[in-house]
Design a protein around this ligand. Structure first.
Ligand code: AMP
Ligand code: ZN
Length: 139
């Protein structure tokens, strides 16, 4: 995609601190890190949302994420990391090219768990119904 900032990084048209690259994915330091070492892993092919990818491509992306997350944790002597992605505008995705965030964490850094991103306190007396709906929707 011509006007996609992450496609421009892949093409080398704009600079980035690239820490890993393979045939399918590249990883680079986030320009506005949440914590030191915040890294994003992206597929080289332009997909807007994670849910636009097929299972095979999603699997390849996460194989690279696994490799890079281990490297970040080892290099920075971390106690943990949050690994995840904002899938779509409603979920906070600003750059419309799939990217998985690896956010380094340390005990006492005052950060929260991934579940603290949003809390709408939905009812829980319909879990059986929800389970059926989603189950039927899985291809
Ligand atoms: P998201 O809200 O998931 O779309 O996050 C996009 C992320 O990309 C943010 O954490 C930005 O700081 C990061 N970002 C945007 N532009 C660049 C860039 N040129 N190089 C590195 N990271 C970037
Ligand atoms: Zn792109």
């Amino acid at each position: 995609m011509d006007n996609c900032i992450f496609c421009k990084i892949i093409k080398g048209d704009i600079p980035a601190k690239i820490v890993y690259e393979d045939d399918f994915a590249i990883a680079f330091l986030d320009i506005s890190p949440c914590t030191e070492g915040h890294t994003v892993v992206i597929p080289k092919q332009h997909f807007e949302k994670f849910t636009d990818m097929d299972e095979e491509d999603a699997g390849k992306l996460f194989a690279s994420v696994n490799k890079v997350a281990k490297a970040v944790e080892k290099a920075l002597n971390l106690e943990g990391s949050n690994i995840g992605l904002n899938n779509g505008k409603a979920a906070g995705q600003e750059v419309p090219h799939v990217h998985v965030h690896i956010i380094p964490r340390k005990e006492g850094d005052n950060g929260g768990a991934i579940q603290s991103i949003v809390k709408t306190y939905p009812k829980t007396d319909n879990l059986e119904e929800l389970k059926e709906k989603i189950k039927e929707s899985v291809k």
